[in-house]
Design a protein around this ligand. Structure first.
Ligand SMILES: [Zn+2]
Length: 440
């Protein structure tokens, strides 16, 4: 365990550390000469402990855009050593800034995350997250170096070249999106180098993914491969906000000595009880350049109770259940693409790639699912498999969602960054280029 002492703090000591850090943060922000921070804290009373956080105002994504590029800075620009950016909704990106201390903490939380999935200084880590403005590549890269392991900065794209490099450089760990990890496994198999790659573990984030997808990923790489989820967002720091430990997959430890989690009702903003789903809200307790107070992540999850067999005492959040922005309303029913994935990926006859099509040609939008069989020999059973999935979707989502089953390779793959899972159909042309139509 990296940073054993901090990761095993008892709850009273952790609360004391969080309180001290929050008080320092608010004190510092009150002294900053910044219209943004003066306005944000104008009505905030005395803050003495972490429990006082609940009286502070939220921060929302649109505030990043309203203050673009640097209106949320809490230090002078001369103290900033790096910026990253993520795509916004209205053309301009969201820009986030880091001091040297922020970069140190960024490296440290990623080293802790890597250690939780089983990495040690002996590992050779193939990093296939995009490098550049996106926080994924450099975030994990600095974490690997902080841990003392070997970083291979492969970045995204060119999977054929990457699998050869993984074999030759003797990679033992893989950091990438889950969809790219699947593409690499497919390519390694096709190129005949799968047997030469000895991965022990993978750390996969930047996309929500289901337990079914984990099973397919662990089977695809074989050999006891542990596929673990890592969570983060650039508004908070990047990857390394929370991670699954390999001893207890299914939930993620939040590094809450730096990032304090709350779960609120997305409509009212009121806290929900432990174990109930709601919107994840995060406060950066230690960030210098661009802290956030009660940032509404738009991600739906819950706080999980109970101790963890790995010995870490930080609270765990459930794996993401969806993004509020991704929620579809179909015939009055709220549907998250992630729920559909969970149903589809639990079927052993299917390969790991799928797509959801929102058909907007009629008055009301309708959904369709597109999947592919795991093996060409199953193509003959396509109709049976489709019917089985439709009835499971009906039970889970309470909607009739036609499922079209294609041959292996018929769902488009994304060879860069995040996989595209949701497509819109507005005209005659099929968004996936499939030629047959669904009877309704
Ligand atoms: Zn654990």
């Amino acid at each position: 365990m990296y940073l054993h002492e901090v990761e095993t703090l008892d709850s009273a000591s952790l609360a004391e550390l969080q309180s001290r850090r929050l008080v320092e943060l608010i004190g510092r922000l009150r002294r900053v000469e910044s219209p943004f921070w003066s306005a944000k804290l104008a009505d905030v009373g005395e803050v003495r402990a972490i429990g006082d956080l609940i009286a502070l105002p939220f921060t929302e994504k649109h505030e990043f855009l309203a203050t673009y590029p640097h209106g949320m800075l809490a230090v002078s620009m001369s103290q900033v050593v790096r910026i990253h950016a993520s795509s916004g909704t209205s053309g301009k990106p969201i820009i986030v800034a880091y001091t040297a201390d922020d970069i140190r903490i960024f490296a440290q939380v990623n080293a802790r995350a890597l250690s939780a999935v089983g990495a040690t200084s002996d590992d050779v880590v193939h990093i296939a997250y995009g490098y550049g403005l996106f926080t994924g590549g450099l975030g994990l890269h600095y974490g690997v170096e902080e841990l003392g392991a070997t970083a291979v900065p492969a970045s995204g794209g060119n999977p054929g070249f990457q699998v050869g490099l993984m074999a030759d450089a003797m990679a033992t760990g893989l950091a990438s999106t889950p969809s790219f990890a699947l593409i690499l496994a497919e390519r390694a198999e096709a190129a005949g180098v799968k047997g030469d790659i000895r991965l022990r573990w993978g750390i996969h984030g930047a996309e929500p993914w289901s337990e079914g997808l984990r099973e397919k990923l662990e089977t695809a790489w074989g050999g006891g491969y542990d596929a673990c989820d890592i969570y983060g967002l650039s508004e908070v720091i990047g990857p390394g906000v929370a991670v699954e430990c390999r001893e207890n997959k299914g939930g993620m430890h939040v590094f809450e000595d730096h990032f304090y989690p709350e779960i609120v009702d997305p409509e009212t903003g009121e806290p929900v009880p432990t174990g109930e789903p709601g919107e994840l809200v995060l406060t950066t307790l230690t960030k210098q350049a661009q802290p956030v107070i009660r940032y509404r992540t738009r991600d739906i999850t819950r706080i999980l109770g109970g101790d963890c067999p790995c010995g870490r005492t930080s609270r765990r959040i459930g794996r993401l259940e969806g993004r509020i922005d991704d929620m579809l309303i179909i015939r009055g029913i709220n549907v998250y693409p992630r729920t559909i994935e969970t149903v589809l990926m639990s079927d052993p006859a299917l390969g790991p790639n799928y797509a959801i099509v929102i058909d907007r040609r009629g008055q009301l939008p309708e959904l369709e699912a597109r999947v592919e069989v795991a093996d060409a020999s199953l193509t003959a059973d396509a109709e049976t498999i489709g019917a089985r999935l439709e009835s499971r979707l009906m039970e889970t989502v309470r909607l009739r969602i036609p499922v079209m089953v294609g041959e292996p390779g018929s769902v488009p793959r994304s060879e860069m960054g995040k996989a595209k899972r949701v497509y819109e159909r507005t005209g005659d042309e099929d968004p996936l280029g499939w030629s047959f139509t669904v009877s309704t």
